[in-house]
Design a protein around this ligand. Structure first.
Ligand SMILES: C[S@@+](CC[C@H](N)C(=O)[O-])C[C@H]1O[C@@H](n2cnc3c(N)ncnc32)[C@H](O)[C@@H]1O
Length: 306
């Protein structure tokens, strides 16, 4: 509607101007020009009405709904992200990689159930930076998966580079997202956080079952740690318990199981909703650790194990 108003206003002003304009011998002196202008305004109105329909269709597909965030980024937000990705990775032109990641995000979310958590630039950063930094192997560990859709999308990104990743996922899958100090209410998407949903999303994204290990439980659980600590991981996503204590505990553990040269994505780093994430990561990096901060893109920090 807001697109139409200026045109309607223009039309009304135009009619007023016509009424006011002088007449000679009962005929308007500017009749020819006025008719041409009127036809142009009508054409513009029609074009805007059609554009509104197209825009609404795009909003149905990519708009904020079902608990999903808007997937219609501005050019400015993509430009900023491209610069951040280039700074974090040393890639001279990261735009094509970011665009490819956007297509992956949209495709995986449209096909899957539930949502990928977070805003578009942050997800694109997490989908772009790890591969550009070149993880030393294709074993990926995700701590905190929610609906399994980010892992699905990351697998697609690995495939773009001709790599086939194997996923290990840890999450309590407790019907809702669990976060210390929050209400743990049902997800706005209406989809339960369950093993069936995670497996459905991985299946819908085409991740072969033999490349998935799903551990239901908390990352601090000794049994889970024993089962997961059987290999050095090339990439680890820390996106589970977002409290400072939870992030610190995850980083301590992850430092033991990430491969030399391996990458760690600390999600929601600097996100004001989760102040504990940056607090814990900064404190950890300031201590005696083999991790170094490689860069930050949107609200994800990327660490590398020396
Ligand atoms: C922010 S969501 C993960 C989002 C997902 N990585 C994505 O990108 O869509 C956090 C998930 O971690 C789970 N979680 C909370 N504490 C955890 C813990 N200690 N270990 C593993 N997962 C945990 C939550 O229940 C939730 O499913």
């Amino acid at each position: 509607m807001s697109n139409i108003r200026p045109i309607e206003r223009l039309g009304r002003r135009f009619e007023r101007a016509v009424r006011k304009s002088g007449t000679a011998n009962g005929k308007n002196r500017h009749a020819g020009g006025i008719d041409a202008l009127g036809a142009r305004v009508d054409a513009m109105e029609k074009e805007l009405r059609e554009a509104r329909v197209a825009r609404y269709t795009l909003e149905l597909l990519f708009g904020e709904q079902d608990g999903r965030k808007l997937r219609m980024p501005t050019k400015g937000s993509i430009d900023t992200l491209v610069e951040q990705v280039e700074a974090a990775t040393g890639e001279r032109d990261a735009r094509a990689h970011v665009v490819a990641a956007f297509r992956t995000l949209v495709e995986v979310e449209l096909r899957g159930v539930g949502r990928i958590a977070g805003g578009t630039p942050n997800i694109l950063g997490k989908l772009t930076v790890p591969l550009l930094l070149g993880p030393p192997n294709d074993d990926v560990l995700e701590i905190g998966t929610l609906f399994g859709m980010f892992s699905s999308a990351l697998t697609r990104q690995f495939a773009r580079a001709g790599r086939r990743c194997s996923l290990t996922i840890v999450d309590p899958l407790a019907d809702v997202q669990l976060q210390p100090g929050t209400a743990n209410t049902a997800d706005p998407s209406g989809t339960p956080v369950s093993e069936a949903v995670v497996r459905a999303n991985l299946e819908l994204a085409g991740v072969p079952a033999e490349r998935i290990r799903l551990h239901r439980g908390f990352s601090g659980d000794p049994g889970i740690r024993r089962a997961v600590s059987d290999r050095p991981y090339g990439t680890v996503i820390v996106d589970g318990d977002h409290s400072a204590e939870g992030v610190r505990a995850d980083l301590e553990w992850v430092e033991e199981i990430v491969a030399p040269g391996g990458l760690v994505v600390v999600d929601d780093y600097g996100d004001r909703t989760w102040p504990g994430v940056k607090e814990a990561a900064d404190a950890y990096l300031a201590g005696d650790t083999a991790f170094e901060l490689v860069g930050v893109a949107s609200t994800s920090a990327f660490l590398r194990r020396r």
